[in-house]
Design a binder for this molecule. Structure first.
Ligand SMILES: Cc1cc2nc3c(=O)[nH]c(=O)nc-3n(C[C@H](O)[C@H](O)[C@H](O)COP(=O)(O)O)c2cc1C
Length: 139
């Protein structure tokens, strides 16, 4: 049974290119091996991540990520059983929230993802993917 989980968290330190690359490299290698797909949005001091895969796999992965000291205030904002993956092209796509496109900045001027529902965040992630803001991470 497949599920999708979305969470939001606060970076423990500066979100440097090195930190991001280290997380992405590990995520992409592990996720390919474990049949996990998803998107990691990162920037402005927060992480927003969607994870899709087998329920047991995603549950264990979420527990590992939750305990990772590179971020805090991890809050699950969405969890659902799914018939189909949404991000099946991506072992872990990377979207930078630092250079949001102008349209997104207009739609989303007060960037406070903790106040958003999971479905709203997912719609925004999809907008970002559709607008080509993805940097890397194909499956
Ligand atoms: C924001 C964030 C997102 C992460 N995403 C993933 C992920 O998608 N997949 C993954 O395996 N690890 C991810 N990690 C890393 C895990 O917390 C953990 O360090 C890693 O899974 C350990 O893998 P290992 O046992 O192979 O060393 C993420 C960490 C952070 C801070």
């Amino acid at each position: 049974m497949l599920i999708r989980v979305i969470y939001i968290s606060t970076a423990s330190g500066p979100q440097t290119a090195d930190t991001t690359q280290a997380i992405l490299r590990k995520a992409q290698a592990n996720n390919r091996a474990n049949g996990v797909t998803g998107v990691l949005c990162q920037g402005q001091g927060v992480y927003l991540q969607a994870l899709e895969g087998e329920r047991s796999t995603v549950t264990q992965l979420y527990a590992r990520i939750y305990g990772d000291t590179r971020h805090t205030n991890v809050e699950m904002i969405h969890c659902e059983s799914i018939a189909q993956r949404r991000y099946d092209n991506w072992s872990m796509a990377h979207v930078s929230l630092s250079d949001l496109d102008p349209e997104t900045q207009i739609d989303w001027p007060e960037f406070d993802p903790y106040s958003f529902t999971g479905l709203l965040v997912m719609a925004r992630i999809d907008d970002l993917l559709a607008s080509g803001t993805v940097i890397e991470g194909s499956a």
